[in-house]
Design a protein around this ligand. Sequence first.
Ligand SMILES: [Mn+2]
Length: 295
Amino acid sequence: MKLGKIITLASTPVRLRLLAMVRSLRAVGCELPVWVVPFGDAPADRFALPEGCEWWRVPEVCDWLDGTTASPLMRRYQCFLEGNYQFVDTDVVFLRDPRAVLADQGGFVTSCGHWHNPGHTLTTQSEAMFRQASTTWQRLVFNSGQFACDRPLFGGLAALRAAAEDPAHAPRCFYPLADQSGVNLLRLVSGVPLSNLTMPPVAMESTWAGDYADADYARYWDDDARRPYLIHWAGTPMHEARPIHELFYQYLTPGEREEWDGQVRQRSRPPTGLRPRLHRYKRHAQRVWDALADG
Ligand SMILES: [Mn+2]
């Protein structure tokens, strides 16, 4: 594919993440425009974007989703009406120019390791649909924070809405707490072929920061062709010191690093008050939601 843009989704709390992601993109020589899907529409949800970035809100998609139970994270569905893009969460840094990596790739291109750990990408109900699609369905799931595609998954908003609002899909596609199972299901029903760069023939090393525990993480990348083109933190705890965090820290100024360390300290304090209960609620909510959807 011939990449034309990088797409991400952001709100003010992830400002430092976005700055580092964009700086890493420029550092590998990629000057493509960065389209930033706003997580929310209040003035406080937006912040001053670096040069080459612009807010990207498609009113028909956001207004539609705002009228449903969908998490604002689902605003990334905007991508599904576009082609020739790389979507990344803000908790990503680029190690290689995505244009070069994707030049020989087509269709829907992923690069995560969820094929060996598919749990968070589906639910009991959507797993049944993946099993219908293939006996090796695990290769068809992906992390919804990193994907590229050369074509729209749907021919227009009407087709996207019809797929999401299908009663068999709607509980996933409008799930209020997370976007991952809905994003996976929509790619599946779109029929656009999926490949994963961590599988042969490319067989890139892992793009997940959590897979790199020791100081010499770069030893896995002696062969340049197997070096991941991005690293995604995706839930890797930042309050635990890991040498690979340096790939992110290198893009922060000393002042930004101080601000970041303050945020990490704040988030890693032992949970008090309502927090443990809210955490338990989130785990149970998925099951309750599925039970209700099943009628
Ligand atoms: Mn992420």
